[in-house]
Every structure is written in structure tokens, then in C-alpha cells.
Design a protein around this ligand. Sequence first.
Ligand code: ARG
Length: 574
Amino acid sequence: MTTAVAVTTGVRITPAEALVRPSTRPGADYQCNLAMSLAKPLGRPPREVAAAIVAALDADDLVETAEVAGPGFVNFVLRSDWLAARVAAMTGDERLGVAATAAPRRFALDYSSPNVAKEMHVGHLRSSIIGDTLLRLLRFAGHEVVPHNHLGDWGTPFGMLIEHLVDEGWTNGHSARGAEHSIGDLNAFYQQARKKFDADPAFADRSRLRVVALQGGDEPTLALWRQLVAESTRHFQQVYALLGVSLTPEDTYGESFYNPYLAATIDELEQRGSTETSDGAVCVFPPGFTNRDGDRLPLILRKRDGGYGYHVTDLATVRYWTGERGMTDLLYVVGTPQAQHFQMVFGASRAAGYLDEDHTTVHIGFGTILGEDGRTIRTREGGSVKLVDLLTEAVQHAAKVVADRSELDSATQAEIARAVGIGAVKYADLSGNREKDYVFTWDRMLATDGNTSVYLQYANARIHSILRKAGQAADAGGGAPIVLDHPAERALALRLAQFPAAIEAAVEGYAPHKLCQYLFETASAFTGFYENCPILATSTTEPVRRSRLVLARLCSQVLTRGLDLLGIEAPERM
Ligand code: ARG
């Protein structure tokens, strides 16, 4: 394509500009809009440029027809024998045609990152889900990925929390109330401590001293702090297990982890002469960031009271993952409200020499989850929604969706309800452009029709049922020649062949919704195939029957793999 254009027009273009996209028009497989954008620089009508591209095209083994359409598109139809061969090659390949990258990179992936001594809420849901998918996608693409969970486990709130624990009779890591305390207590603890801190100046003073003791490494203080972290970690692991997110305590690189690096980080920046003192605080001012009044915005390295905070910790984080761990790409899956923070951290890190030209840093932002009233999701009482409650409710709703369709035993049904419920929450989150807010609606996310995980799961389960009924023939189908005579067979084959492109698009844009959209289109193509192309009916004779079984099985493999990359299970029976 690129060559054809270069030959025809003499204009140098990149492969990206020559992009040929899947077509949404009936009768066309792919479409290219390049002629439209080349018309102007060439001073020729777009249809004429399109015709020249078609005339110069040299892809007879691949393209059946190439035609100028509309104001100057080129529509392509692929050769069915090429498509059949492509699909046949996928059937024996456990990577389903997806090549591992020729240029593997080393990603440090920051996601989930909840705060200690606070229960995880829906705000952390998105980071956990999106991060987990990116981990899977990047690894599948052949990259190295090190996940790290930037726990909020350090800083001023811990002074008041620990002081409150002491008041409540906790000492040296033991609770006066024995082992029965739980994260629920700690959550309430946080609020009580906060209240006391705001109301009682003496308590506030003690809390501040406690922070100094914590940061100074006072052992009894650290013991209490470790207790808080351990308790919270237990809770986070429960949520991750429920959610099917693979983060473990070994992946924790909390704010406290970077504490030993902070002094050196600040020293280096001071030696470079890039720091300034402002209001008694040591700061850097990354270029290009100002508030509405035009004042430059600081990243605070050391507060007036000598304490360190969120800003400098993130600088030390960049320094650590590039300098000590040799990572090439730093990804941060954190809500969009922190966009400016990350841009400032990246700017300052470049200036500080923590990043060179080969490093990339990406803030993978995401929008808010809204309730049906269009505002940030809340409980009926107006509190923030707890993640555990939400996920439990999801499984209960899913049990209703699957129960009345199933002749399966109750344990299997419970398994299916879990896969469907958790899958629905994840898929609802991943299937929209992550930058956008979305409305959390049980009915929509659990609909058995439309772009939902349940729809994909049912399509896959239906294929498994066909394969079970076909028995031996399903295995015998492997290696059978692919017949694409019916338009619905061909449409399914076309979608299946697009799996590698869908993976590439999702990886490239850190955009899981592109994979979701692809899977939905594939499942829809299967529905059309299933309705129009009988597989097991006696009227279907060989070799068509075997070919259809191969297509169906490949479709199941693609759906299962795609869902797995989204962290969603694909039950074989539903
Ligand atoms: N704990 C933070 C929060 O809940 C998110 C941390 C994100 N990662 C980072 N490196 N700053 O808002």
C-alpha cells in the first residue's frame, strides 16, 4: 500500500498515513481514506488520486477487488482463499496469529495503589481493573512488565492514626481487643482520628510528633504502623482475589519504600541548582506549569516542617524505576484528577536527568464512575461505595441472570455467577474509552444482548456446547480445509483474522476498549454465522461441517483469549 502510493504520487508517506481500516460498509472488508488527504497537497481531485492508487496496487495474492468509492475512498475486498489460509494458520497457533513484539521493552506499571487504613472504594476499582488488563496485554505482546502497587502507607495521616490507636489501647503491634479488629474498624478508626485531629489541638500536636517519630524510625511507632499496613494488606488481598487481580504483597512498593531515597533525591536536585525555597519549603518548578493567576506551580520536595510528601516520593519513584531497575517505560494508572501532578513529575524528572530520550512516561488517566443520577457513585446513605460490597452485589445480580437458564448443579452455578458478575463489572469499566466517565447500571452491564461480557460469555458457552455435541468431530475438525462460501462464514473468518490487529490497537493506545469492541463484533459475527450456517444439522455435509466446526472452535479460542486478557473468565457451560 505504502509503496503503491509512493509510486503513484511521488509523495513520501508513512505506513500510519496509509492506514487501511476495517470497513463498516457491506461489500467492503477494508477501506483507505488516504486519497482524501493527499488530494490537496497533490492538487488533484481525490477520486483521481484514489484511482491512481488502485491502478498502482500490487497485491493480487491478497486483494480480490479494490474500488474507488464515494468522494475518494478506496474499498478493498480480500481474496477468500487468502482469508481461509490466514484463519487456518491461526487454528494451530496458541498465540492465535499474534506475533510477539520484535522490540520488547521494560514496563514499570503502577496501578491499584490504594491507601492504608482506608477501605478500598470504587475509585480504586478502575485503576485495579485497567492496570491488570494492561499487565496482561503488554505481557502477551512480549514485553517485560513489573507491576508495582504504590500504597499510600506513609506521611502525616499516620501520625494521627497511630496516636489514636495508642489512645485505644493498642501498643507495640498488639490490640487491646485481641485479634478481632478488622479493616472495618480501621476505616472507622480513620474517621474518628480525623475528627479528634480537627477538634483537639493537643491530639493534633501529639500526632505531629508521632509523624516525626515514624519518619525517624522509632521502633514502637513502626510496630504500630506495620500493624496498620498488615491489616490493610490483608483486606486488599481479599479484594484482589475477588476481582481476579494478580497483585500480591510482593508487588507492593508503597510510599514508605521510597523513604530511604528521598534525601539523596533532594540532594541531587539541590546540587544541580534546580531547587528553590518558597514559603520555607524546598521546591522545584517544572517549566510550563502555572495556576490561573500565572504563578508557577511547585513540586514540593521538603515541607517547611522538614517532612516529605507525595510529590517528592513520585520523583524518587521515577529515579528508582529507571535508575535502579532499568525500566524503559513508566506507566501510571491513576484517575484523571492527578493528570497535572504526573505531568509535573515527568517534566521535573526529565530536567533532573532521570529520564532520557528512550524513556517514556505515561499517565494512564481514567474518568469517574457515576451513579444513575449522573453524579459520583454513592451509597443510598450518601457514603462512598465500598468495593467489596459492590462486587458482592454484582455476583448476586449475576446469579439471577444465569439461574433460570441453567440445569447445572448449584456449585457450578455459583462459579458461573461469579464469573458473570465480576466479569460484568470489569467489562463495563473496560469497554468504554477509559478517559470518559461512565454510569454504573446493573441492568445494562448484565444485559445478555449488546456489548457486555455476558453476551461474549454466552457466545463462547454456546460454541462449547456445539463442540461437545460434535464429540470426536470437533478434534477431527483441526486441519480441515476452511470453506468460506456463505457470507456469514466469510464475515466470521474476517473478524477472526483481525484478532492480531485488535491486540495491537489495544496495546498501542493502552486502550482495552478497542479489544472489547473487537470481541463484541466477533461475537456478533458468530451470532450471524450460527443463525445462517447450520453446523450439526444432517443437511450439512462434509467438508462444510468440519470447516464450520473449525471456525466455531477458533472463535471460542479468540473469545476466551480476549476475555482472559481483560481478566474475565469464560465458562464452558452457562
Ligand atoms: N494512593 C494514591 C491515591 O489513592 C494513588 C497513588 C498513585 N501512584 C503514584 N505513584 N502517585 O490517590
